[in-house]
Design a protein. Structure first.
Length: 232
């Protein structure tokens, strides 16, 4: 674990935020939909500690990698989950205290703030619009199965491209600059950012677990601490 440094990313122009477990507490709605999907498909329900790890990463990866299910069975579970979640769970997510204010403060300072989530992009837009937060973001980026955009690295790459943040990272004086920083709660956030040579800050109020606590990355223990790191 790397110690928090005040103002460490205060000069980074683009702040990318994960959604579930970072901006909003979506756990209860996701867990309810997962329980419904397992019952609907006749699969044994994993223990709560295992289900918690499914919040954030692509569900197919969790169904196959964690549970050892085949792709066809995983897709059946995903479809059952999505149908229930869209109707009953999506809009139940609420922002973590202080996050709307931090996002607003970053935007007011002239920073570009965008979302990069493994949620379907349309669902992410619907959720954030429901919470009155959609207009704060320069872009709300998420997965799009029809477009073949799946996984955090692909989402981050799409957001960077659409915001024009993939230009030469060197200043005229030859100094290498960091174009963006990724803020998330799970290891896949950091792994996706690393594919684009971007730093990551892991937040402790989300759904990270043993794996996240073991990695040596900058961490924010509270929204106030994250604000200090991003704003100085």
């Amino acid at each position: 674990m790397t110690a928090l440094a005040t103002g460490r990313f205060a000069d980074v122009p683009l702040v990318l935020l994960d959604l579930d477990g970072t901006i909003v507490d979506s756990g209860p709605g996701i867990l309810e939909a997962l329980s419904h999907a397992f019952a609907r498909c006749g699969e044994p329900l994993p223990p709560p500690a295992v289900l918690r790890t499914f919040i954030g990463p692509p569900l197919e990866d969790s169904f196959c990698g964690t549970l050892g299910l085949g792709r066809e069975r995983a897709e059946q579970l995903r479809i059952a989950y999505s149908a229930y979640y869209q109707q009953h769970g999506l809009l139940s997510a609420v922002p973590y205290p202080g996050m709307p204010e931090l996002i607003g403060a970053l935007v007011a300072e002239g920073r570009t703030v965008a979302v990069a989530t493994n949620k379907p992009e349309t669902s992410a837009r619907t959720l954030l619009a429901h919470q009155g937060l959609a207009d704060a973001f320069a872009l709300i980026g998420g997965t799009d199965r029809a477009a073949g955009r799946e996984g955090k690295a692909a989402v981050i790459g799409s957001v960077l491209e659409r915001l024009g943040a993939t230009a030469d990272r060197r200043t005229p004086s030859g100094i290498d600059v960091v174009p963006a920083v990724m803020i998330g709660d799970r290891l896949h956030d950091a792994e996706g950012a690393a594919e684009h040579a971007l730093p990551t800050v892991l937040v402790d109020w989300g759904y990270g677990g043993v794996v996240e606590r073991a990695v040596d990355l900058p961490r924010a223990h509270s929204v106030e601490a994250l604000g200090a790191m991003l704003r100085g």
